[in-house]
Design a protein around this ligand. Sequence first.
Ligand SMILES: C[S@@+](CC[C@H](N)C(=O)[O-])C[C@H]1O[C@@H](n2cnc3c(N)ncnc32)[C@H](O)[C@@H]1O
Length: 360
Amino acid sequence: METDGNGSMEESRSKLLLYLKLAFLAMEPSNCLLSLAIEAGGGCITQQVQNFIVKECFAKNMKETTMNNQAYIKGILKKVIANVESSSVCAEDCLYEELAHYLTIGGPPEENNIIYREISFLSSDLDGKDCSNSVNLVAALRCSSNMLEGDTGCSLWPSSLFLSEVILSHPEMFSNKSCFEVGSGVGLVGIALSHVGASKVTLTDGDMSSLANMKANLELNKLCLDVASDPMHPCAQKVECRHLAWELASKAELQDQRPDIVLGADIIYNPECIPDLVRVFSILLDNDSFGEDKREAPSAYIATVIRNLDTFNYFLTVAGKSMLSVVDVTAKTQVPNLLPYMRSYDRSSVHLLRVSLLSE
Ligand SMILES: C[S@@+](CC[C@H](N)C(=O)[O-])C[C@H]1O[C@@H](n2cnc3c(N)ncnc32)[C@H](O)[C@@H]1O
């Protein structure tokens, strides 16, 4: 019995240490990291946890970093040291050495707000109910710490984390399907779609700086932007990034796409854009315009946080008038938590909507 107890305690400690490392790489807020470090130490940041932080966490494990990443690490180190010094635990020398290192190499934070984050999605258990301890996908993302940069498209939003969890836990719904996303922002959903083997991935955004940042992210994740020009390219899959402003998109341009699945994360928030957004969905989901060359009716998934109920209801009204059926499928879609270490991510606030065009 005792061995079992110790064994499972050891197991949960190593799980918490893994979460701590992944939370560092995802650049979770300092309060979330401190609480994970305290939990991993069983109530305080033990010497073992301090050593783990210095050896296993931090930017030296990341593909890319900026001065802003280093400023973040300095801030975290200072908080860990303050916490340890105010407790009865001895502070390890390596914490001070690491802080001194970052103080000497790093200058002030850069003004461009660029940070690199690594979002690690864990695998779900066979029953799909819970996540295991193995990492299924790591998405390296160049993001802005300013939420409004690039018309909000340069930072990462909870809805795209949730939509990526849906894709990774239901790969059969997306593999071998042609997928088209609107308002893609940093491009995380496209990385998840490529990972599960979508036959074609098209990512779009109306903001040019978000589009440039999205392309940088696809390259960072070794996804090909254009294999058409190089048929011998070893990368089998093409991810296309297109400029698509909902208000400017022509009917012909949208009809040319013919996706099997349309996706969107956190795109219902500006009432002024809603009529154009609904028009884009209506055209992309219309199966009738293809004459004899018919295919299975496309469907759409939108992940959204309802920030303003009036705006959301306005979306439902405009969608209804355009013969779009919008069903909240959050409760009936089993989506295991693949990001249990991201304590700042409130997945309960995200809804999954299934959208389809009603036939007349
Ligand atoms: C809140 S962000 C969400 C980004 C990303 N989907 C995510 O969840 O992380 C909204 C995105 O929609 C894009 N967007 C907003 N209005 C748009 C419009 N009229 N046409 C095209 N894209 C638009 C923005 O540029 C931005 O990338």
